[in-house]
Write a protein that binds this ligand. Structure first.
Ligand SMILES: [Zn+2]
Length: 274
């Protein structure tokens, strides 16, 4: 017998929220961006995809999660050379996400997962999750993961991809596929071009959603307009609906695994050894 309370946080009345706290569900907080995605994908791609991944995940395990409204804007000042791009200053974004997590803790929630859909948000959502633990004296478990960095997603991406290294970066094979599987009418594949990094960019500094094992993980975000002409970095033309469906499924399964591990995580009190 499942819970009678819906997983859609914003549709609950406050007495229902008081009740659902007792179920010890994992609260999902999606974070995205309003960011240029080349000539073929909408500027809302990251937010739309992470929202869809989280909603489909929650529908699969409705009694185990609560789904928060998406933090739609993210951190991407390095894309501001392209019209339409919006960026929230990094520390503001960090504090905003931290405030949501601490607010949830205030109401009694114990397990919160930031599900990120935009690469450059990651340092900030990581910091926000860490900070929320400290700011609540260790009373809660807050973690952050990008939906494209779960073990399941990485494994599936390696299987479905036709592109080589660099093909699954920004607006490339993976994102084009996912969007085609979600709302194909908004993807203009006639404008999808492939760009995998100029030949004079050393391998360690080429972009890739799923970095190969032989690459160093280096934090480096130059102005995007200095690395690509049209805003795409990846093999956009290789995007297909079929790959997108497989990647959606992997994203959902990957998140379910993380959520179930979070539910099992033993919450222990901190010990001050002074
Ligand atoms: Zn993206």
């Amino acid at each position: 017998m499942g819970s009678k309370i819906s997983f859609i946080y914003e549709e609950l009345k406050w007495p229902e929220i008081r009740e659902v706290v007792k179920e010890d569900r994992v609260v999902l907080l999606p974070t995205g961006s309003i960011e240029q995605h080349g000539h073929h994908l909408p500027v809302g791609t990251d937010s739309a995809l992470v929202t869809e991944v989280c909603r489909r995940t929650a529908e699969r395990i409705p009694d185990e999660v609560l789904l928060m409204p998406t933090v739609t804007y993210g951190y991407d000042p390095h894309h501001m050379d392209f019209p339409g791009n919006m960026s929230i200053e990094g520390v503001t974004f960090l504090r905003y996400v931290r405030d949501i997590l601490v607010g949830l803790a205030h109401h009694g929630f114990k397990r919160m997962l930031v599900v990120n859909g935009h690469g450059s948000n990651m340092p900030y959502v990581d910091a926000a999750a860490r900070q929320a633990i400290i700011d609540t004296g260790g009373k809660v478990m807050c973690a952050a993961v990008s939906y494209f960095h779960t073990a399941r997603f990485i494994e599936k991406a390696k299987k479905v991809r036709e592109s080589g290294t660099g093909g699954m970066s920004h607006a490339g094979e993976a994102e084009a596929s996912l969007y085609l599987a979600m709302r194909p009418e908004l993807v203009d594949m006639s404008k999808a071009v492939d760009f995998r990094g100029a030949p004079d960019i050393p391998d360690n500094f080429k972009k890739e959603l799923i970095p190969p094992a032989n690459r160093s993980r280096i934090a480096f975000a130059p102005y995007f307009s200095s690395t690509t002409e049209n805003g795409t970095y990846g093999a956009a033309s290789l995007g297909t609906k079929e790959k997108g469906e497989q990647l959606f499924e992997a994203a959902i399964e990957g998140l379910i695994e993380v959520i179930r591990d979070m539910r099992k995580y033993p919450m222990r009190e901190r010990v001050d050894h002074h």
